[in-house]
Write a protein of this length. Structure first.
Lengths: 392, 248
């Protein structure tokens, strides 16, 4: 038996032939539509819109969304979502999944608490790949303390007038819509609403942000200067937006954790291939005990994390998902990836430091996993509070 | 019209094949296998003809090991209606496959058989032609474009000098080239639907075909490694060097 990227699934009770078939289909898509262009898109600092269209036609964008909006959920279980994440990660550029699938964070609040009108208007073009939707929570004043966000929406007859700024918004340069967290009421979580803002409204402006990694994912700072938004754009109840934000957290963290396992597998695969080929001191690297122990150690960390990912996915599917578990799982996954990316880079030596290698890219993308979607500190504090008590 | 689409399970086109240590063949243990890319194009073309109302049913066939079922399920998930697996663990050669396909054609009576021009494992490029000969049907190989008419099919073929159009009487054999179409990706609902589409299991003996190899492989070797190039100072040195090598 030798290591390969796909072996883990074959021995897991959660995956069957339908997951393999979907993985195969998405892999084809990535090999044909993504791999030949990914370096260019990294250099362009964004994905082309046609990719969203193609991903929709390939059945990727609409997976697990209602049929009435152009999605398809027939036969779906949560592990189908896992294999899609795994395959999108395999190209070794985290910006792909982040930016192609931003609707995975932008759309769920609308589907969960938005009006029927809004669902009908927004979901179909997004799932068809014609429109891009982003999620705007974080502000320059801080992303961890969500309940304290500052962007204000003030009611003026049939409109809201929005003033403020969002920061680090994935797909923010290209997005047509943003599911935006704004303050409509008093301090704290109880004063927050979600507002759908069309990006072509007067008073909206944006600036692209240059980042350490996720280069093919456009990230923006977005400014609102007296932006008039009709009151129908309110998602859910006024001052009831926090629920909409929280609801998606388990799945988002699960997806991020799964992505980390996949990126770690890419690192291990690259390192293992290299270790078998590269000769030093008269034998392949893998023939040196220090190196093969390092490889086995990487496999051990990935295997343990993947097992917990799968178990948490199952719990979520059964409606037994505990937020504390997903918060801790995310930390487990990002610390694992940090270590595995480091070890892979060591095994590759100088080659890992050259641009263009997958390991080099993944190494640069370790931090965004550990910070975005809830930082490690905030995740563990949340879990600690839930499991061991103690208020703020 | 019914369309028959033979598909082969081969080593995945992205895998770098390794030759077995004893030189007897390519090492397939734990290697990712998938549908021959030319066959994906055949399946896609058949589906497009069906979508255009030119065909009613698409039957996918594979001759190979039990695992070739997965390849057939892929064809079903793309849009084929039913499948036939002719199961054998022997390494099958083009002639044996063509004979089996001939028997299936006689049983199924399709108006068109669309095959890949070759399989990427052995690159034989023979099965379609042999099948046409065995059946006495017309053949349009290396198809770049196909157009089904009234009892005929126009096949624009990729040939060395450019494109050549032939008109065949139906029933006929078509083999696909790379530029015929871009195959679709199977979506999850179609993957789930494929699970319940019929898949018949047969053996070569059911068709009275002996698949024993007629060829012996004497040796398989890796292609020679490319030697590092040499950068020469100027054209004069290059010319001198070429003369020295006897090529100029
Ligand atoms: C590439 C990228 C894409 C992103 N995409 C989006 C997006 O699409 N939409 C969106 O809304 N946001 C997005 N974010 C923002 C992301 O969610 C935030 O960066 C994250 O929540 C952390 O917020 P912050 O950067 O403001 O750090 P801060 O909240 O300022 O925290 C800084 C540091 O202090 C720690 N810290 C903070 N508070 C405490 C505490 N009480 N106790 C202990 N430690 C603490 C944090 O863990 C962190 O290490 C993205 C970020 C990046 C980098």
């Amino acid at each position: 038996m030798t290591y390969d990227f796909d072996a883990w699934r074959a021995r897991s009770p959660y995956y069957d032939e339908s997951h393999d078939a979907l993985a195969e289909s998405v892999r084809r898509f990535v090999e044909r539509e993504v791999e030949p262009h990914i370096d260019q898109w990294e250099a362009d600092r964004q994905l082309p819109r046609e990719l969203h269209k193609k991903a929709s036609e390939a059945g990727i964008l609409g997976l697990n969304y209602p049929e009435e909006f152009g999605g398809h959920s027939e036969g779906f279980d949560i592990f189908h979502g896992m294999v899609v994440t795994n395959e999108l990660a395999r190209v070794g550029a985290g910006g792909l999944g982040a930016s192609l699938m931003t609707h995975g964070i932008g759309l769920p609040p609308i589907l969960a608490i938005g009006s029927d009108e809004m669902k009908k208007q927004i979901a179909p073009p997004v799932l068809a790949g014609d429109k891009i939707i982003a999620l705007g929570i974080t502000e320059p004043s801080g992303g961890s303390d969500v309940a304290n966000l500052q962007t204000r929406a003030v009611r003026d007859r049939d409109d809201y007038i929005v003033n403020g700024q969002k920061m680090f918004i994935t797909s923010g340069v290209r997005c047509d819509y943003m599911t935006t967290a704004v303050r409509t009421g008093g301090d704290g979580a109880g004063g927050i609403s979600l507002l759908l803002i069309e990006m072509d409204r007067p008073g909206v402006s944006r600036t692209a942000l240059e980042k350490m990694g996720w280069h093919c994912s456009d990230t923006a700072a977005i400014y609102f200067d007296d932006v008039r938004v009709p009151a129908e754009n309110l998602i859910g109840q006024e001052n009831g937006g926090f629920i909409g934000i929280m609801r998606n957290f388990n799945r988002e963290r699960l997806g991020l954790a799964m992505g980390c396992c996949a990126f770690a597998r890419v690192c291990l695969e690259e390192a293992a291939d290299w270790a078998r080929e590269r000769k030093t001191f008269g034998k392949p690297l893998a023939g040196h005990q220090v190196i093969r122990v390092k490889l086995a150690d990487m496999a051990r960390r990935i295997g343990a994390t993947q097992a917990w990912v799968d178990q948490c996915a199952w719990a979520e599917q059964e409606g037994k998902g505990q937020p504390a578990d997903f918060a801790m799982l995310k930390v487990q996954a990002t610390e694992m990836l940090e270590r595995v990316a480091r070890d892979a880079a060591q095994v590759l030596g100088g080659a890992s430091y050259l641009q263009g290698s997958k390991v080099e890219r993944i190494y640069r993308e370790v931090r965004v996993n550990a910070i975005g979607g809830g930082s490690e500190e905030i995740m563990l504090d949340l879990a600690g509070r839930q499991l061991f008590g103690g208020n703020r | 019209m019914k369309i028959l689409v033979p598909v082969k399970r081969v080593i995945d086109y992205n895998v770098k094949p390794r030759v077995k240590a004893d030189g007897s063949g390519v090492d397939l243990a734990n290697v990712k296998m998938s549908m021959n890319p030319f066959d994906e194009i055949s399946v896609e073309e058949a589906i497009r003809l069906k979508e255009a109302g030119k065909a009613e049913e698409i039957v996918a066939v594979s001759v190979g090991p039990a695992k070739a079922q997965e390849t057939l399920r892929t064809a079903l998930a793309m849009g084929a209606d039913r499948a036939i697996l002719v199961q054998t663990d022997d390494e099958v050669e083009p002639l044996a496959v063509a004979k089996i396909l001939k028997a299936i054609v006689e049983a199924e009576d399709p108006g068109l058989v669309i095959l890949g021009k070759q399989a990427i494992d052995d690159d034989s490029n023979q099965t379609g032609q042999m099948l046409a000969a065995l059946l006495g049907w017309g053949q349009g190989t290396f198809a770049n474009t196909v157009e089904v008419g009234d009892g005929t099919i126009d096949v624009k073929r990729e040939i060395d000098g450019g494109l050549q159009t032939v008109q065949l009487k139906l029933p006929a054999i078509v083999t696909t080239d790379l530029r015929l179409n871009e195959p679709r990706y199977a979506s999850l609902p179609n993957i789930m639907k494929a699970k319940s589409k019929p898949l018949d299991q047969k053996t070569p003996a059911d068709y009275g075909v002996d698949t024993a190899p007629r060829l012996t492989t004497s040796k398989v070797t890796e292609p020679p490694k490319r030697e590092a190039g040499e950068i020469l100072e100027d054209v004069d040195t290059l010319v001198a060097k070429l003369k020295e090598m006897g090529v100029a």
